[in-house]
Ligand binder design. Structure first.
Ligand SMILES: [Zn+2]
Length: 66
């Protein structure tokens, strides 16, 4: 599974976000279209995880406070 980050997500957060997404144990590929690329955007403190190809919503993950 490849993660594509929203361009607005700062570089220094990307490792933490990647770890959070991996911990979530999402499906290996999209159940809708079979794509293996996911797109992650950060909305406030919530990660919005979607299929990069079709927009299928995998999960919304709340980031923990540091
Ligand atoms: Zn898809």
């Amino acid at each position: 599974m490849k993660i594509i980050f929203d361009p607005e997500i700062p570089e220094d957060l990307r490792e933490d976000i990647k770890a959070a997404v991996e911990e979530e144990g999402l499906e290996e590929k999209c159940p809708e279209c079979g794509a293996k690329e996911i797109y992650v955007a950060l909305l406030g403190k919530v990660l919005d995880v979607k299929c990069y190809d079709c927009g299928y919503s995998y999960a919304e993950i709340e980031m923990e406070e540091e």
